[in-house]
Design a protein around this ligand. Sequence first.
Ligand SMILES: Cc1cc2nc3c(=O)[nH]c(=O)nc-3n(C[C@H](O)[C@H](O)[C@H](O)COP(=O)(O)OP(=O)(O)OC[C@H]3O[C@@H](n4cnc5c(N)ncnc54)[C@H](O)[C@@H]3O)c2cc1C
Length: 319
Amino acid sequence: MILSDGRRGSDTLESILLFLSKSKFLERIITNSSIAKKAASLFVSGERIEDAINAARRANEIGITATIDHLGESVENDILARKFTDVYIAVLDQIAESGVDSNISVKLTQLGLGIDFDLCHQNFQRIVERARQLNNFVRIDMEDSPYTQKTLDIFKAIRKDYSNVGIVLQAYLYRTEKDILEVIENGHGLRICKGAYTEPKEIAFQKKDQVDKNFIHLLEMLLSEKARKNGVYVGIATHDDKIIEWTKDFAKRNGIGKNEFEFQMLFGIRKDLQVELVKEGYRMRAYIPFGTYWYPYYVRRLAERPANILTFARTILGG
Ligand SMILES: Cc1cc2nc3c(=O)[nH]c(=O)nc-3n(C[C@H](O)[C@H](O)[C@H](O)COP(=O)(O)OP(=O)(O)OC[C@H]3O[C@@H](n4cnc5c(N)ncnc54)[C@H](O)[C@@H]3O)c2cc1C
């Protein structure tokens, strides 16, 4: 999302890729190509639930916990939204059966948020209820800004009756500071990330250094004594060395234990750093996506790092 020279420009390759990530036409062509599938396997554990469970097991073996994500977003009808809900319930069941240490991450537009609020609420509640029966936890991923408020509304409505649910906030949005004050007041669990979508300057920081600065400002709030006393547990979702080093240093200076927060990274990205942090005694969780609807997720990963496009091209050309 953020370019290495500090721009988050709308006239860049990144913006073009983020635009293409929404193209149903390209999605059809690319997801049917076995070579593209091979390239995507760098960031996607596979197409079946078992693939994600196996990836979670491999992560657990080296001390990394997991969160499993069934790929798919913006479903267009209620039948599909219910079908995806059933897939998540099956994932929870298979996590329990296999004994892997993993929770799940859910995108609400996959459960019908773009169709009808009540439909989505109902579907999401089914998932959270099943997770509670199995003593598991559900994280709601944060999507692009048309869904920010609705996502928070569903979270708050469900959180009244269930404690096994958490939210994600994005450091690139101006509103996040205010949302975090509420998170701290209520002692909610939170994942904080930079944000993966193109957002206009009216609502979001556009430059990498601004986003990074805000990320650190928000982390100071989330790791404050008040937040921790209120029960806030933060998942710090980034591969950014500078933010990770800042966190380690801040925690050391303020006597914050290594078990009072966790780092989170995406499957297939900076595995070396994931292992290193575990060796240093930090908690690490890998975000493990699976499923057949991998196209938009994969293209967002290409947009984040131009070098990934070269890898993609090499795989395609190499057959
Ligand atoms: C566990 C997890 C959950 C997330 N959940 C959400 C969510 O719910 N909503 C949302 O909007 N976003 C989410 N994101 C994505 C996030 O917002 C960023 O888009 C993404 O993490 C890249 O930002 P960064 O913090 O790694 O920093 P960047 O400044 O983008 O990258 C820092 C460094 O990390 C490495 N890196 C980053 N991305 C890649 C990549 N694709 N391939 C290879 N190396 C890379 C590079 O070395 C780069 O220099 C999530 C990210 C993680 C890790």
